[in-house]
Ligand binder design. Sequence first.
Ligand SMILES: [Zn+2]
Ligand SMILES: [Zn+2]
Length: 82
Amino acid sequence: MVAYCPICGKPVYFGEKKRSLGRDYHPLCLKCFRCKSQLSPGNHAEHDDKPYCNHCYMKQFGPRDVSRALKQKSLKKKYRFT
Ligand SMILES: [Zn+2]
Ligand SMILES: [Zn+2]
């Protein structure tokens, strides 16, 4: 079975694929969407189906997402206790 690279849309063959976060990328396609730095599989963030390095992800989405996640968590807790 051939997977398709989510970045360039071309098929990724077994010998060349880099599997990360459930998707198969070309080695050259697995780079940060923002700063274009090379990413290591399984050790980067993802937003909107695009790979980001952890640094860019935190800068762009991090604090907001974290506070939202925390809020949801505390809401859930409150709900459970009432
Ligand atoms: Zn590709
Ligand atoms: Zn980056």
